[in-house]
Structure formats: structure tokens, C-alpha cells
Design a protein around this ligand. Sequence first.
Ligand code: SAM
Length: 270
Amino acid sequence: MRIDLITIFPDLFTGILRYGVLGRAISAERVSVRTHDIRQFAHDRHRTVDDRPFGGGEGMVFKPEPLAEAIESLELPSKPERDPRREQVILLSAQGGRFTQTVARELAGLKRLTLICGRYEGVDERVSELFCDRELSIGDYVLSGGELAAAVVVDAVVRLLPGVLGNDASSEYESFGPPDPGAGLDPNAPPRSTHGSGGLLDYPHYTRPAEFRGLQVPEVLMNGDHSAIRRWRRERALEKTLRNRPDLLAAAELTDADRKFLRSLGYRSE
Ligand code: SAM
């Protein structure tokens, strides 16, 4: 996969691309990530990339010409000729559709992903119309620029690429993961480090020491009873989802036992 980041601050990505899972994925050539400085495509003496808004109002607006040239320099198919299952050009924007794990999985299937980082009051709308396949927002808040949002997208997408995580299954069995067939309830299967969350949040994790500042690791995790461990993890995931993100329960894959457990916690589905 190739990822291109279009930004006025390419240096912001230097550290992010060097460390951890992302750094290793780049070194192992599972992905190539390139940054492009928009100011290289501004041709006046001051390399101006912003201008005042038509119609008046606060702040400045990202000019379309340098962004258009930066995108065109990547020699992607033009927007009408693009196959969005192979390549997408995406504008990071607080007005975009929500970036979720489902979108991350979709983007991880692309050959090329181009992310445009806005600044100022935003990007001239014609850039989105002419060049972008979609706009994505990483959450309901306003950042000062698209770089942090792009870094979030790159991180979430790259860790889903085949071979990037030590165990490819680990990205499937975490918060927002797709359902695990049987939801890990087969009493004969050994418990994995995590189980298919089926749209739930992940369950709590513990490692050594067994006692830390007066708090013990739950006994059930120490006694080797795999089916008890699996049930305990499932119930903790249900409990945590009910407490922190009850909105996820409506679409989660729930067994009869899950529903009974949730009812015992006071959850009432419509
Ligand atoms: N005036 C815009 C609005 O109210 O929607 C906010 C512009 S913001 C100050 C500047 C840039 O930060 C945007 O062009 C976008 O690229 C980026 N940005 C801000 N919030 C974002 C979010 N939640 N998700 C993705 N990008 C965001």
C-alpha cells in the first residue's frame, strides 16, 4: 500500500512514522508513506497557501491552486476515473463522515490512500468537489489542522495491513472488532488473548504482578478454566460497553446469554 500525506507541515509526521508498529511496517516495506509539502506548489515569493474568504467572515481559507497541483503531482487517476476500491483521495475535515474501525478496514484494502490535511478555517470547497472521494472526521471536535487526524487514520489503517501486527488475528479480536464465530463460547477451545468483540468494547486486560498496590488480578484468570475465562471476559466486555458506550449495544452481535446478563445489569433494549 502507498499512502501520500499532503500538508504544510510535513515535519509533524517525522516522529509518528518512525516508531512502533507504524515505524516497523514502513521499515519492512509493508507500506510506503510519503509526505508532500503544499508550499512547494505555491509559486509566489512568499509561497502563500491561504487567502481571505469570499463573503467575509473570520479567518483565512486554504487556496485551491497549490492543493490541486500537489494532488495532481501524485499522478492518480482523475476523480471520475478512480476506482474507490483501489485508491481514494480523502480530505480530513470536521464536517466529514465519521472515521470508524469499519472505515479503517475498508481503507486497509486500498492500493493507494491520499490524505489532505486542511488548515485555517478550512479548504476551498472546490478541492473536495474536484479531487476528493470523501471527507472524514476523526470525531466531533475541531482541531487546528488535519495532520493529527491524518496520523490517526494512518495508524489505524496500517496496523490492519496483512503482516503488520505480529499476529494478524489480534486486530480482529479487539474493541469494535468483527464478530468471532461462536463469540468464543466453545468450551473446548483455548482462550485467545482476546475474543471477537462483535461490535463491543474490549474486556479488561491484566499482566504480572498478580497483586499491584493492593489490587488482585481477578481469580478466574489464574485458574486455567478456559470456559470460565471466556465467559468472564465476555461479561466484562458487555459491562464496559454498557457503562461507556451503550449506543454500541443496539448493533452488537449478542447471544441469549449476553442479553440475559445485560438485563441483570438493568439494560433494556427497545
Ligand atoms: N471551520 C472548520 C469547521 O468548523 O468545520 C474547522 C477548520 S479546522 C480549524 C482546520 C482543519 O483541521 C480542517 O480543514 C481539517 O483539515 C482539520 N480538522 C479539524 N477538525 C477535524 C476533525 N474533527 N477531523 C478531521 N480533521 C479535522
